[in-house]
Design a protein around this ligand. Structure first.
Ligand SMILES: [Zn+2]
Length: 198
């Protein structure tokens, strides 16, 4: 069973300065309160929806919804709503969803990389770390049962994020060497190879 719905969180209450109670005529007896609603699911707040306002007379206890308020009280209520912020935790569910999606995309990317390492293809580009601050690429030019043959990039770059700049065909060496698939897996697991482009 999915339990969802709306819930109101009290933000602020303030005594009305101008308006007399339309029910009993007492002055200065109206307390305005604003609430922010949020949608929730399984009691976790998802995201805020609307702000609502009510007033109650301290004298006759009469409660007014916004649409029942006299104009001057409505305006006071609007200004109280506009000047009151709701708590950030009303976004908790959206935050959780964003984290899960980001994590899902990341996990999916990691799965793909593992798959590429386990079954290399000609044309795969391995991005690898020579040492900290020095990165380069290897291009797979042949694959046998237990090894891959790579052509090293003759250039290196000092920033991981800019590695694509050196990944052009003319940068790759004419010579090549073999790496066993076991060794390749170790290079990936240790983080020496940090990305694979296919
Ligand atoms: Zn009253």
């Amino acid at each position: 069973m999915i339990i969802y719905g709306g819930k109101a969180v009290h933000l602020k209450s303030e005594r009305s300065k101008k308006t007399t109670c339309p029910s009993c005529g007492t002055q200065g007896s109206l307390i305005l309160s604003v609430y922010r609603m949020h949608a929730h699911i399984f009691w976790i707040p998802l995201f805020p929806t609307v702000k609502r306002g009510t007033s109650q007379c301290q004298h006759c206890k009469n409660i007014l919804k916004t649409k029942e308020m006299p104009e001057s009280l409505k305006r006071e209520c609007e200004s109280l709503k506009n000047n009151t912020k709701g708590p950030i935790w009303q976004f908790a569910g959206l935050g959780i969803i964003a984290v899960l999606i980001t994590w899902g995309i990341y996990a999916d990317g990691e799965d793909k990389k593992l798959e590429y390492i386990a079954s290399p293809q000609v044309g795969d580009i391995y991005e690898y770390k020579i040492e900290i601050g020095s990165y380069s690429t290897l291009k797979v030019i042949d694959v046998s049962n237990d090894s891959v043959f790579v052509s090293p990039n003759e250039y290196e770059i000092n920033r991981k994020s800019k590695i694509n700049r050196i990944n052009t065909p003319k940068n790759y060496s004419k010579s090549s060497y073999g790496i066993s698939k076991n060794e390749l897996k170790k290079m990936y697991d240790s983080g020496e190879i940090f990305d694979i482009n296919r």
